[in-house]
Design a protein around this ligand. Structure first.
Ligand SMILES: C[N+](C)(C)CCCC[C@H](N)C(=O)O
Ligand SMILES: O=C(O)CCC(=O)C(=O)O
Length: 464
């Protein structure tokens, strides 16, 4: 391969793009720039996806890495080019030497495909307009120049000019990866959370995006959060839910308003106790968030709510009984919702209790609803049947421990929202007239609002 050609027409030493406008350093953001890191490369070191059926001898999976699914870009770090080396390119790639001593390698086809100009990338819709497949296979720059705002490339084949902002280049450097990720950690909790459960105020949520930012940050960190001071009406409740995102409509309706009248053929519409579970395990894409608002409970008592932190419980099970954790990470459980005459809802495939991110291996989703479990008649090895029941018993024992359970009597005016991918919920039996309203929000809609209400949109867009 020919030695990298020096850049033609680089007449002077590279200007340090940050040298003469430090006074224009980005206003330190009020909140750390939180953006989703969706760029998991397929070859990133990752655990193998779980085996379809529990192997008997397989060693327990390694502990998952900390969840890197959120990127906290350095709020005000500005990448600086090397003072000593120039940008160079050869027939395949451009090399960008940074002050920190690392050099990013960007293949030309990748660079051209990621041109951010308004011809190639729609300025409003943020979608690619460029026809990727019109890029010549051997595309090369005619000229590469370091400008104040970024690196400019003039392409040889058609003279097209692309400008790649320095922050964008540094953030998207893939060889090597340069940005450090500080993932906001989850705060696991047990029964002690009753002393100080996460909560926000109705006014804050309704009046400002920063109020929604605080609310979504607490939901992400704890897996649940109360909203204090909400008028105990379905209308006010709907408005609160929609401060996060549009409601996920299901066969229960949009904003559901329910009581023990079996109007929908589900035990939630009875006075029965419900063991802790996650909802909608019968959807391919189960609800991300679920809000409950007790509107009234008259002529009776009971119906206390119970929450269990499913991520904490899973961690305990993995430590105490790795065999059970492995079984519940591999055995796929069929689920259904078939009480209503006009539907029998089932996901496109059964899923295990513990679902791990397919690339980085972190536990990302607990699915557990023993009441909605369908008949399990697909076993490669019948010996796995007993193993499954042993594993679910071990799981149930962890869930039912006193220190796992957070019991709380919901009250009108103080709705509870929870992360249905992490937190299990249930209720005690009750009598009398008990009316709740609430709604589901999809996981992706929640994460979108969480990120955008806790970062500058420009940072989110830059990290796409
Ligand atoms: C929330 N709402 C009362 C409307 C429906 C309850 C659905 C309960 C169902 N067994 C599940 O686990 O998804
Ligand atoms: O009635 C309640 O408090 C909760 C009902 C429930 O668990 C559900 O709707 O999934």
């Amino acid at each position: 391969m020919a030695a990298p050609r020096s850049i033609t027409r680089i007449l002077k030493s590279l200007p340090n793009p940050c040298s003469h406008h430090h006074h224009r350093r980005r206003r330190a953001s009020l909140l750390p720039a939180v953006v989703l890191d969706k760029r998991y490369s397929s070859n990133q070191q990752s655990r193998q996806p779980p085996h379809p059926h529990p192997p008997s001898k397989r060693p327990p999976p390694p502990p998952p890495p900390p969840p890197p699914h959120l990127l906290l870009a350095a709020a005000d770090a500005r990448p600086k080019l090397s003072e000593h080396h120039k940008i160079t390119f050869d027939e395949k790639k451009t090399l960008v030497p940074w002050e920190e001593g690392k050099t990013s390698h960007f293949q030309h086809v990748w660079m051209r495909d990621h041109c951010q100009c308004s011809e190639c990338f729609h300025p409003e819709t943020k979608q690619r307009v460029l026809d990727t497949f019109s890029i010549p296979k051997n595309i090369q720059p005619d000229m590469v120049e370091a400008e104040e705002k970024g690196m400019k490339i003039k392409w040889k084949n058609d003279g097209h000019e692309s400008l790649y902002p320095w922050e964008w280049l540094h953030l998207h450097s893939y060889n090597p990866r340069l940005e450090r990720y500080i993932s906001p950690q989850f705060k696991f909790w047990g029964s002690e959370i009753a002393e100080g459960p996460p909560e926000v105020g109705y006014d804050a949520v309704m009046e400002s995006d920063s109020g929604v930012g605080e609310w979504t940050r607490k939901i992400h960190k704890y897996g649940f959060c109360y909203v204090n001071g909400v008028p105990a009406t379905p209308g006010a409740t709907k408005e609160v839910v929609e401060r996060i995102a549009h409601i996920k409509h299901t066969h229960y309706g949009g904003l559901w308003d329910f009581t023990s009248d079996l109007s929908r053929k589900d035990t939630a519409y009875t006075t029965l106790a419900l063991g802790v579970h996650t909802d909608t395990t019968y959807f391919s894409d189960p609800a991300g968030l679920q809000l409950f608002h007790l509107l009234s409970h008259t002529d009776g008592s009971g119906g206390q709510s119970i929450l269990v932190d499913g991520f904490r419980a899973a961690k305990i099970l993995r430590e105490e009984n790795p065999a059970a954790y492995r079984v519940l990470s591999n055995v796929r459980i069929p689920s259904h919702s078939s009480g209503n005459h006009d539907s029998s809802i089932q996901p496109y495939a059964p899923f295990p209790v513990f679902n791990h991110h397919p690339v980085n291996g972190e536990l990302i989703f607990v699915r557990w609803n023993n009441d909605d479990r369908a008949t399990m008649d697909r076993w490669d090895d019948p010996a796995d049947v007993e193993r499954f029941y042993e594993a679910t018993r071990a799981w149930n024992d962890v869930l039912k421990r006193r220190e796992s359970e957070y019991w709380e009597q919901l009250v009108p005016g103080r709705p509870l929202i929870l992360d249905n991918w992490r937190v299990l919920h249930g209720r005690a039996a009750f009598d009398g007239k008990r009316r709740l309203c609430g709604a589901y929000i999809s996981r992706d809609d929640f994460m979108s609002r969480f990120v955008l209400s806790n970062s500058k949109r420009e940072d989110v867009l830059k990290a796409l």
